[in-house]
Design a protein around this ligand. Structure first.
Ligand code: 0WK
Ligand code: 0WK
Ligand code: BGC
Ligand code: BGC
Length: 950
């Protein structure tokens, strides 16, 4: 008897093992699955495999994980898992960073899941309406993030074409359709409320974002629920279907389709085939059907039927209910496999399923459940290990540290699934340190975060739109910075340096003489001969030569730079046949220089394109004089070094006596103005005025503009020659504007908002989109055709809409620039008004610079905003036709005029002068300090200059 029972049990064991053996995948078999998955992942990324790859690797146009700056109120829909949720998500950023969610779960009846598409989307909209009603927010046109947990091919963040239904869904007229459009139409059909559908995302992506909000290392989203799928952040250069090689984009693998080409048929069992044939989508989602909650119960049912048929279970009696498809839900597996459940309870579950069996039967069923769920977990583990190793190798790392955000009822509720999955990953991807992070809040939160980013993406264009309120605030901030710069105590730490220029007045029309002017620092290096004569009326004749300043000179040594300047000057004097003359030279040097006298300029820091070594902290007049001396083939007397803003003010002052502000909006940006000497604490004396070079380009270097700087401004700064410096200039000036636009276009293209996501190497090349392109595209008439031309040259085959959008971006960027300049200029105008103690300021601003001159709308916008911000002023903007070289010559000429009118006058500088110097009245060396000068002890012509400006 005993042996008969033992034999029967052994036979039963043997036959049970035979049935379950294919589920017990060996490490070798799993490694093979991992290898195959790896191949399919790679294939799916290839452009030429798009149509045939079974693992679709769908671009999601999500290019970043949350960075905590997301904020706002969003509606989120979460369709495709067990429950259909409608959520209201409130996101706060900054110190009070938080996400609050209100959600309601709605059922999706089977007949809706498998009815018509219209019925399905009408049902969804019905649920939304109920939710909005319930939340009392029907009127709010909230931005919506739509988690749609099915394979969608996306051309942009807010477009998703359904590739094919999976899981329990089979609604007609949806496959091949854009589900966002279908939802928009259903909302329109209902005509009860309106929503701004900003993003459609897969639940894996929503899950990754939800977890990424807590853990920035989360770059993988895994769903082990009704369905099975994973997404991850891939390097753009590996995503052939989307143009561009920079940055990352999230890929929705849709690994559920793994094996649809038969590559894992070797491990698929007859039960898997049964389940597939009986499914809504036979032949599809084979991997999903071996791993996800929708099917595990069904596999168990198939095995139980087979074992029962073999007489190994339930005394060979197949109950009616056991024949019913789907009766053995996966939740029963989780319950049956739970260690806490006694066999008796397993038996009770089986009884509920109409399976009245013995405890032995319960043990067998439990074992079957275990075999099926373990295989599922191990197969998921093998798939995930393939992805992890791919990421590790792609990044060329020995060890990869990453967080995987997980959601799904199978992972959450099954007693062993998550553990077996983790163990398998450890086994098959030992070089990866993986943290599994359970998504507590579901993918709706993630969808809201993506909506926040997508909206912000559109929003970041809004972030470039500065309201008058903000501009007035910027104006007030700049005014404070001016004060700090003028103050003796705060100047050392001030960002806006307010540099005294020792130019005390503008021309009064009586100047005359023959001068050379050098103009270095703008787009071109000009050398001019300026003859100021006084026949009937004062006239100025100028001859100009433009010289190239190659980049290697700009970035080389200071000696080479000044040798180059001296060489050009030599060439110019040759051409002018004045090499035998020693003409006074006015040197326009368009960089921040600290001056203690007119013919000395200590370079504080390079800006724009210059970075020559050994010049910062040195006197550029001395460097140039030395370079000229070294040549010995001509002589020149550098009488003055002026900033181009000062030169511009003087040039315009020549024609308009009211000109007391000089403004440059060109490669760089800056302004100077005539300030009351009593306010310039760095210079002693209270009488009269002196021109102050504000060097406003550095405004914000102390972080005072962080609230209006955008991610693009930060990117520009990071990629510049002087990170952290000239932050205002980088938001405003011509050297950076084209690049700002390029960065925005790249990001919009990445989000699929432009060029259907096409990104070309040209578009990705720094500096390829120039400010002159911005100017060309904003031309009212031919702007759009210019846009087409320029974008075509960048290889992005723009549509008309693209051109319109690009023109829009150009406008927003250049508008912001003009508005910001209006704000800082407004501060100077208010200072002048208050200095003069007048109710209404009447003044002239002399302007120069290629951006102001060449951009079709810039000047008009600047004028308009300035007048709006400083209504109690009559400002004339006078364009400098002849550049600042003329101004530099004027400074020299004024020196001569004043020398004639006031021989022997002077004043003292306090900043940077040691007490000894103050006593001694200046250091030794070639050129004495302006401060110490007492008239008589300098060569005749020098004396005139200094005194006059005293
Ligand atoms: C919860 C997520 C949802 C996802 C679901 C998957 O919020 O987006 O589809 O998990 O798990 P399931 O409900 O299918 O088990
Ligand atoms: C022309 C002036 C020059 C100044 C330039 C600025 O003569 O001193 O530096 O404008 O404009 P940019 O050439 O940088 O556009
Ligand atoms: C769908 C995926 C989804 C997964 C998990 C699969 O059936 O194809 O898009 O992410 O289920 O819900
Ligand atoms: C420089 C200023 C100059 C301005 C305009 C800035 O980068 O710092 O000195 O006036 O460009 O050329």
């Amino acid at each position: 008897m005993v042996t008969a029972v033992a034999r029967r049990l052994a036979e039963r064991r043997r036959r049970l093992d035979a049935v379950l053996a294919p589920f017990r995948l060996s490490p070798h078999a799993l490694r093979q699955v991992k290898g195959k998955m790896r191949r399919e992942l790679e294939r799916g990324l290839r452009r030429d495999m798009q149509g045939t790859a079974t693992v679709k690797m769908l671009p999601t146009y999500v290019c970043g994980t949350p960075d905590g700056t997301e904020r706002g109120k969003f509606l989120a829909l979460d369709l495709g898992g067990t429950n259909f949720r409608v959520l209201l998500v409130k996101i706060r950023s900054g110190r009070r960073k938080s996400v609050r969610m209100y959600n309601k779960i709605f059922a999706i009846p089977l007949e809706i899941m498998q009815g018509t598409g219209e019925e399905l989307f009408d049902h969804i909209v019905q649920c939304i309406a109920e939710f909005l009603e319930y939340m009392g927010i029907k009127g709010a046109r909230l931005p919506l993030g739509f988690t749609f947990s099915f394979p969608c091919r996306q051309a942009s963040i807010d477009k998703g074409t359904l590739v094919g239904w999976t899981k329990g869904f089979k609604a007609t007229d949806c496959e091949g359709e854009d589900v966002v459009d279908m939802l928009r139409e259903a909302i329109k059909r209902r005509n009860e409320f309106d929503l701004d559908i900003v993003a459609v995302v897969n639940d894996t992506v929503g899950t990754m974002m939800t977890c990424g909000y807590e853990d920035p290392k989360c770059e993988i989203g895994l769903i082990a629920g009704t369905g099975s799928n994973v997404c991850y952040m891939e390097d753009m250069k590996n995503i052939e279907a989307v143009e561009g090689n920079e940055g990352k984009m999230c890929i929705n693998t849709e690994w559920g389709g793994f094996g649809d080409n038969g590559c894992i048929d070797d491990i698929r069992t007859e039960y898997d085939r049964e389940v597939d044939e009986g499914s809504l989508n036979p032949g599809k989602q084979r991997y999903e059907k071996m791993t996800s909650g929708m099917y595990l119960g069904e596999i168990v049912r198939q095995i139980v039927i087979d074992l029962t048929t073999q007489g190994l279970l339930f005394r060979g009696q197949i109950s009616e209910s056991l024949r019913k498809r789907g009766i053995f839900e996966t939740k029963f597996l989780s319950q049956i496999e739970s260690d806490r459940l006694a066999l008796l309870q397993v038996r009770r579950i089986l009884q509920q399923l109409g399976l009245d069996g013995t405890c032995e039967d319960s043990i067998v069923v439990k074992e079957v459940c275990g075999a099926v769920s373990t295989r599922a977990a191990r197969l998921c583990g093998a798939g995930l290990a393939a992805l992890l190793d791919k990421r590790r190798e792609d990044q060329g790392m020995q060890r990869l540290e990453v967080t995987v955000g997980v959601d799904g009822t199978l992972y959450k509720l099954h007693p062993h699934f998550s553990r077996v999955l983790r163990e398998t990953v450890q086994e098959l991807a030992p070089q990866c340190d993986v943290t599994f992070m359970l998504s507590e809040d579901g993918s709706g939160k993630g969808a809201a975060l993506i909506t926040a980013v997508a909206k912000r993406l559109r929003q970041y264009l809004y972030a470039m739109r500065l309201s008058d309120e903000t501009l007035l605030d910027v104006m007030a901030r700049f005014r404070r910075e001016m004060k700090n710069g003028l103050s003796r105590d705060f100047n050392p730490t001030a960002t806006v340096k307010m540099l005294p220029t020792f130019v005390r007045s503008i021309p009064d029309g009586s100047e005359k003489g023959d001068f050379i002017a050098l103009d270095l620092g703008g787009s071109y290096f000009r050398i001019l001969r300026v003859k100021v004569s006084h026949e009937k009326r004062q006239t100025v004749q100028m001859e100009t030569e433009i010289y190239n300043t190659p980049e290697d000179i700009m970035h080389g040594s200071g000696t080479r730079l000044f040798d180059h300047v001296a060489e050009c000057l030599g060439d110019f004097m040759e051409k002018q046949q004045i090499k035998d003359k020693k003409l006074p030279v006015g040197f326009t040097f368009s960089f921040p220089c600290r001056q203690s006298k007119l013919d000395e300029g200590i370079l504080i820091t390079w800006t724009k394109r210059f970075k020559a070594s050994g010049v910062e902290g040195a006197d550029v007049v001395r460097l140039l004089s030395r370079a000229i001396k070294k040549r010995g083939d001509y002589d020149a007397d550098i009488m003055a070094v002026v900033n181009d803003t000062v030169g511009t003010m003087m040039t315009c002052g020549f024609d308009d006596q009211r000109c007391e502000v000089g403004l440059i909006i060109g490669t760089g940006t800056n302004a100077c103005y005539m300030e009351e000497l009593r306010h310039i604490e760095l210079v002693e004396g209270d009488e009269g005025r002196m021109c102050v070079n504000t060097e406003w380009g550095a405004f914000g270097d102390d972080g005072s503009l962080e609230d209006i700087r955008t991610e693009f401004d930060r990117e520009i700064d990071r990629g510049s020659l002087n990170p952290g410096k000239q932050l205002f200039e980088k938001m405003v000036s011509g050297l950076y504007m084209g690049e700002l636009v390029r960065l925005i276009l790249v990001k919009m293209a990445k989000e699929g908002l432009l060029f259907e996501g096409r990104i070309t190497p040209e578009l990705l090349t720094k500096g390829k989109f120039e400010t002159k392109h911005v100017s060309a595209i904003e031309k009212s008439k031919e702007g759009l055709s210019k846009a087409k031309e320029i974008l075509t040259r960048l290889g992005v085959e723009p549509s008309h809409e693209d051109c319109v959008a690009v023109q829009h971006v150009c406008t927003i960027v250049s508008f912001r620039s003009a508005n910001l300049v209006a704000a800082t200029l407004g501060a100077i105008l208010c200072q002048l008004r208050d200095n003069k103690g007048v109710g209404r300021l009447r003044t002239t601003v002399g302007v120069d610079g290629s951006l102001y001159k060449m951009h079709p709308q810039y000047a008009r916008r600047l004028h308009k905003t300035t007048r709006r911000l400083v209504p109690d002023s009559d400002v004339r903007f006078l364009l400098s036709e002849s550049g600042s070289g003329k101004g530099a010559a004027m400074v020299t000429a004024v020196a001569y005029r004043l020398a004639e009118q006031h021989p022997g006058q002077s004043h003292r500088v306090v900043l940077g002068e040691s007490p000894k110097e103050r006593e001694a009245g200046g250091e030794e060396g070639e050129t004495p300090h302006l401060g110490g000068f007492q008239g008589g002890d300098l060569p005749s012509d020098r004396r005139v200059t200094l005194a006059m400006l005293g």
